[in-house]
Write a protein that binds this ligand. Structure first.
Ligand code: UDP
Length: 315
């Protein structure tokens, strides 16, 4: 059955991949984006389709929205590099923006997926992180605008679900990478790949012993779609991410190996509140959504490096 689907943040990295996937399945897609971090270029092929519409507007702003059957709320800057310059936009996209969408979901009786984040776990003291872990977040820290607003976004989503019996689900997205990340996004994979392709030294923050688990975008999108699709899921929140954990040092070495570069490594200070470890427990998603990531870090990095090289050659 084809649906009418609203994707907020639809011109962003994850949003544009999601729109593409939904259109390929025959759905009608409405992309809401203010092009803050989203890029017109990401959706230029999609804009040729009659089943794709763009609304150029901030998710926080009122204004009529089309009636839809499904809503994915992805709109928010997500790079730690943006937390310093855009703290208010970020805090409000995930709170005020989420309220707007929950009201809209109520008005048109749409099923809604709220995109939360592994950042709700902060610098985790439980490892790996199951959905039941309540986290260790510095509410006043530099990451607070993102972490706390996603936490409140979850709370609000649950509140609407309880009060109004809305069909809502929340996905906690762990580190994801792939083509279409902005080279200057600030996150580690686009930064390392850009540096390696240019022959610049890779900037490891701190000693590089901090860990992350990196999920390739295609796997992530499959997880999002599976969560939206499932009827009456047993839980209303699911971790989606890759289980294999790597130190940032190992990641830097892998990028160097795969890019055949003269680049070396330099160390820079570790940003405030940078989590020392992160790895999802995805047993819930495996059991209930019948989902697990399939693409290895090497395969995903190769695809990402290829696209970054192509883009850099074309400018
Ligand atoms: N990082 C790094 N060099 C960079 C960018 C990031 O060493 O040029 C580190 C960062 O300190 C963190 C990890 O890589 O420990 C992942 O950072 P990212 O910003 O991608 O996402 P996070 O998981 O921190 O939200």
């Amino acid at each position: 059955m084809s649906n009418r689907i609203l994707v907020t943040g639809g011109a962003g990295f994850l949003g544009s991949h999601l729109c593409e996937r939904l259109l390929s399945e025959g759905h009608e897609v409405i992309c809401l984006d203010n092009f803050g971090s989203g890029q017109r270029d990401n959706i230029k092929e999609l804009e040729k389709l009659s089943t794709f519409t763009v609304i150029d507007r901030d998710v926080r702003l009122t204004g009529s929205l089309p009636s839809v059957d499904r809503i994915y709320h992805l709109a928010s800057r997500a790079s730690p590099a943006d937390f310093t310059d855009f703290p208010v936009n970020i805090a409000l996209a995930n709170t005020q923006g989420t309220q707007r969408l929950l009201d809209h979901s109520r008005a048109c009786d749409a099923r809604m997926v709220f995109a939360s984040t592994s950042e709700v776990y902060g610098d985790p003291e439980v490892h790996p992180q199951p959905e039941t872990y309540t986290g260790n977040v510095n509410i006043r820290g530099i990451r607070g605008c993102y972490d706390e607003s996603k936490r409140f976004g979850e709370t609000l989503t649950v509140a609407y679900q309880r009060k109004f019996d809305l069909d809502t689900r929340t996905v906690r997205i762990f580190n994801t990478y792939g083509p279409r990340m902005r080279p200057n996004d600030g996150r580690v994979i686009p930064t390392f790949v850009t540096q390696a392709v240019r022959g610049d030294d890779l900037t490891i923050y701190g000693d590089g012993e901090q860990t992350r688990s990196f999920c390739y975008v295609e796997d992530l999108i499959e997880g999002l779609v599976s969560l939206m699709r499932v009827e009456g899921p047993e839980y209303d929140v699911y971790n989606i991410g890759k289980e294999n954990e790597h130190t940032i040092k190992e990641l830097a070495q892998e990028v160097l190996n795969l890019t055949d570069t003269e680049s070396g490594i330099v160390h820079e200070p570790l940003p405030e509140d940078d989590p020392s470890q992160r790895r999802p427990d995805i047993s819930r998603a495996k059991a209930e959504l019948n989902w697990e990531p399939e693409i290895s870090l090497r395969e995903g990095l190769n695809k990402t490096i290829e696209q970054f090289k192509r883009n850099m050659n074309s400018v």
